[in-house]
Design a protein around this ligand. Sequence first.
Ligand SMILES: [Zn+2]
Length: 316
Amino acid sequence: MARSGIQFQKGLSLPGFQRLYGTEEQCEAALETMRWPDGFRCPRCDGHAHGLVYGRRLKRYQCRSCGHHTLTAGTILQGTKLPLTTWFLAFYLIGQAKTGISSLELSRHLGVNYDTAWLLHNKILRAMSEREEVYLLRGKIQLDDAYLGGERPGGKAGRGSENKIPIVAAVSLNEAGHPIHARITAVSGFSSEAIADWARRHLSPGSQVLSDGLACFRAVTTANCHHKAVITGGKHPNELPQFRWINTLLGNLKTSFSGTFHAFNFDKYARRYLGAYCFRFNRRFSMVAMTERIANAVCCCRPATERDLRVAEAYG
Ligand SMILES: [Zn+2]
């Protein structure tokens, strides 16, 4: 069997990770560079002048204009009581786990209790997911509909199951027909309104969209995209070469989620899980830099409380 260049690329080994992010000072330095690549900027007053304050655990910047203390303040790490080395180890584990990692596994690896691991995990997933939404897909795009989940313990199975999540999966292709970016999102349903709204949020105008004959996909034209439907003639789109990449993506997604997450959690946190899955897929060519990319996403993400994170997210 041919070896895939992606699967066999050099990743960041655990000893390699420890050399880069093994101490609190190294993690602090990495965060500083990511937050202020052009030098300190106070998140409260925009001032440049600062001093350094050495707390019991964490070094902090003190703004000379307004006195504000910060290193993690203003990011999703704000107020954390965990060492930065624990956070960076979590970035590493989440980034390297090909089929995802559960909060329970994280708690074992990090040596923290389950509730702490859940919160840390969900903050990181939110940061990855928000980072993904910054970009629009463009160019040639394959589109497909699917359902995820649907097996609540004691609940109905199969069609009509109350926690089956309708999702739209899209992948953009380069001129050679290879996948570039993926976007997979939960939607409220497969109506024209839902797809039109989805297309406005995720596709760049002028994109060329290819889908099967499902009627609602015509609605991408309301977001100024071109649309071509491939009539599958009774065949499942899985059997058509035009849909090769979208089928591969959906197949891998289902494998990953069935092994890692429980369906009864998934219906509540679908958006976060799917966004983080695409974050990893879209950076699959640079496994060495994955830890740094996740740390960067975390620096860009606004603070969120546990309550914020436990509230079910809107689909879109
Ligand atoms: Zn300030």
